[in-house]
Design a protein around this ligand. Sequence first.
Ligand code: COA
Length: 250
Amino acid sequence: MPDSPPSPESRPFLSWPSPTLHPSIDTQPREAGSSSTALHITRLPPNVSIRAPTKANVHLLKRINSLLLPVSYPENFYREILQNPESEALTRLAFYDEECVGGIRCRLETAAEYQAGLEKLDTTSVYGGSKILKAVSDYKASSSGSCSGSDSSRSKKKIYIMTLAVLSPYRSLSIGSHLLDYILSTAAKEPTIEADLAYAHVWVSNDGALEFYRKQGFEVDSGPIVRNYYRRLEPRDARLVFRGITCTRS
Ligand SMILES: CC(C)(COP(=O)(O)OP(=O)(O)OC[C@H]1O[C@@H](n2cnc3c(N)ncnc32)[C@H](O)[C@@H]1OP(=O)(O)O)[C@@H](O)C(=O)NCCC(=O)NCCS
């Protein structure tokens, strides 16, 4: 997925937060009910908010993505967010005071769509072996709960993390963790989402993002590598990272 961000100098519209405005960061566990995992993430600074996409703010996600990600998304990628309730539920923006500083956009895939994607990769562009691909498709967190209905991993939906980015001056405030956690918590609670796995492509040289996903409990090092995933980067390969989602519905 994303490339190294451009240097701050190339982002003239950004206002840099004064260090004195940064509240201290504590290491309290997240609030009850907001988590789909046993992972502890740092509490957000009080002036950071995670907001739903609206007509008024959805264009800000496009600005963040075009600054930070090596993939350019068409207009309908953003238009669809407000047209499709699942897309809306799986998209969030992060604000530092009133400035949009990050965002996440995910797609819900049926088990069949996900499987078809893996099978396509298996034959055309993945090295890492079919054993690993099977591990991806069969993966379930050991703590994975069983929601009502079918508990077969093969019948559950999957969340594909298409974009996740935080402007560099606002990193290490746990904004990325909270954006991701919001989505995974939603997936764990919402009957309409009911996904049991989240996955993403990460550029093989994006060590920071790979480490970020490791910290979020994703399988990183055992994931397959997708050849020639990126056209604008060298090397062009992506690592597929994935994590089981624990159902928290009673
Ligand atoms: C990856 C990204 C979204 C992380 O956002 P963030 O808000 O800084 O993440 P968090 O503050 O929640 O980080 C949580 C933990 O992940 C780890 N982490 C995050 N970025 C890291 C980096 N560049 N290097 C090493 N570890 C990192 C850290 O351990 C961090 O904990 P810390 O606060 O104790 O340092 C952000 O760096 C980014 O937008 N990068 C460019 C776009 C991108 O690569 N997107 C994701 C790949 S698909």
